[in-house]
Design a protein around this ligand. Structure first.
Ligand code: GDP
Length: 467
């Protein structure tokens, strides 16, 4: 990717602030580079993989400050460290690698990096360790992307999503699809070889059936993106209702317990976290649903627009009604906004503490945002609105928009092929159409085709340094 894929690279692998920091080194010369600044029993280059060595990191004497000592300049010790060794190909990158665990001081880490660079390594670029893992065949592209998702995962569901993808179940599914498509192409191409004899190796009815089955699978994977994306980004929820219905009170209630937990983690951005809450392993993200009405006209318009835009982006809409304003009717009026088929509407009657004994219209949940009564039922309803069954059963769930786009392109190409089949397209052109489908599927894993540099750049530039 950088044209310097054989360099020894180095990067901090841990965030500042911990008791211990880890610096990673990888490359054919990784252990020799470390040996130049490591003093322990024996050379790291002679040690076996999956072993840990204790020793000191020193600034070599030739480079130490000559003015500091009149005699032979002593090596300056930077820190006592543990070095974990990995031998190619049994490492994350597939190369010889070392992970140096030192004390978690920013100064020590920066000295370590400086000395390693002077000893022959260079600083890694974001995601470069994972690029190497990919280039060395340790993982495919979708698995590499799952590494970034795993690091970013903040709920059980997002974690399951990333680990399933990382373990390769997802890649195996795609590989199976690719295999079936390749089989079709070989049948068609066999036919071309015998074109003079006008044989049809690929029975057209069967061909159509197989292509339709493959398309159904592609479509199912593509549709799973709605769930996958919601889980990865947080399920978008809009709380709507008339002014004073209790929207803010409810939001605060829903966020409260979570907020108390997360605010203890130093350095977390409260602004972001305050609008998210985790319910039974799924993260929910509350969209801005500021008051609908204000006295001033322009503000009113802006408020309504904002609310409508939140409703449009939401996967779940909580429609909050005020029991003290609702009258005694057995039915509730239809919502004054559109609910799409992919959205879930939860109608909730709030302030029940003010209307004891009130019977609720069918399908309406009761709540007192003030006392907290009914809150657990609402939480359950929110959680139940996200069907994670597929995820926990290990089905393929697509969560990456790059993959969703590739599947859409594959689906479109397959439709063209089906159309071609219907119109009696010549075998060579039909085969070409199916090759297009294979090409699109192949971009997801990067297997079986040359992945352009810009695609790699795009994927790995989002990684943190040291991964
Ligand atoms: P919003 O305009 O929809 O955000 O409504 P607020 O959350 O600001 O609430 C409006 C008023 O209703 C406030 O005085 C709240 O204390 C009150 N309120 C909200 N929920 C309840 C409830 O369940 N019971 C009672 N009695 N009052 C509530």
């Amino acid at each position: 990717m950088t044209g310097a894929d054989h360099d020894t690279i180095v990067a901090p692998a841990t965030a500042p602030g911990g008791a211990i920091a880890v610096v990673r080194v990888s490359g054919a010369e990784a252990l020799a580079v470390c040996d130049r600044i490591f003093r322990g029993r024996g050379k790291l280059a002679d040690a076996a993989g999956y072993t840990v060595r204790y020793g000191r990191i020193v600034e070599p004497s030739a480079a130490a400050d000559p003015a500091s000592d009149s005699g032979a300049p002593a090596e300056r010790t930077i820190d006592d460290v543990l070095v974990t060794l990995f031998r190619a190909p049994h490492s994350y990158t597939g190369e010889d690698s070392a992970e140096i665990s030192c004390h978690g001081s920013q100064y020590i880490v920066s000295e370590l990096l400086r000395l390693l660079c002077r000893a022959g390594a260079r600083m890694a670029e974001p995601g470069e360790f994972t690029v190497r893992a990919y280039l060395n065949g340790k993982m495919d592209l979708s698995q590499a992307e799952a590494v970034a998702d795993l690091i970013a995962s903040s709920s059980r569901a997002a974690h399951t999503l990333a680990t399933t993808q990382l373990r390769g179940g997802y890649s195996a599914d795609l590989e199976a699809l690719r295999g079936r498509l390749l089989q079709l192409v070989s049948l068609l191409e066999l036919e071309l070889d015998f074109s003079e004899e006008e044989v049809e190796f690929a029975d057209r009815t069967q061909l159509r059936e197989t292509m339709e089955q493959i398309d159904a699978r592609i479509e199912a994977m593509r549709c799973s993106f709605t769930l996958g994306n919601a889980i990865k980004q947080g399920v978008a929820v809009a709380i709507v209702g008339a002014p004073n219905a209790g929207k803010s009170t409810l939001l605060n209630r829903l966020l409260n317990e979570e907020r108390a937990l997360v605010s203890e983690i130093a350095g977390t951005t409260r602004d972001v976290i305050e609008e998210r809450t985790n319910i039974d392993g799924v993260e929910f993200r509350f969209l801005d649903t500021a008051g609908i009405r204000t006295t001033e006209d322009r503000l009113e318009r802006m408020g309504i627009e904002r609310t409508l835009s939140s409703i449009a982006r939401a996967r779940i809409i909580i429609r909050l009604l005020d029991a003290t304003q609702a009258g005694d009717s057995d039915t509730v009026p239809a919502p004054d906004f559109e609910v799409r088929r992919d959205q879930r509407l939860l109608t909730v009657m709030n302030k029940l503490d003010r209307c004891p004994g009130r019977t609720l219209p069918e399908g309406v949940l009761g709540l007192s945002a003030k006392t907290g009564e009914g809150l657990d039922t609402l939480r359950c309803a929110l959680r139940a609105a996200v069907d994670t069954e597929a995820l926990y059963h290990g089905d393929t769930v697509v969560s990456n928009s790059r993959h969703a786009e590739a599947l859409t392109a594959a689906h479109d190409a397959l439709l063209r092929a089906l159309e071609g089949l219907h119109e009696g397209l010549p075998t060579d052109l039909l085969s070409e159409e199916i090759r297009q489908v294979i090409g699109h599927i192949g971009t997801i894993t990067g297997r079986g085709q040359i992945t352009p540099d810009e695609v790699l750049q795009n994927i790995f530039s989002k990684f943190c340094i040291g991964k």
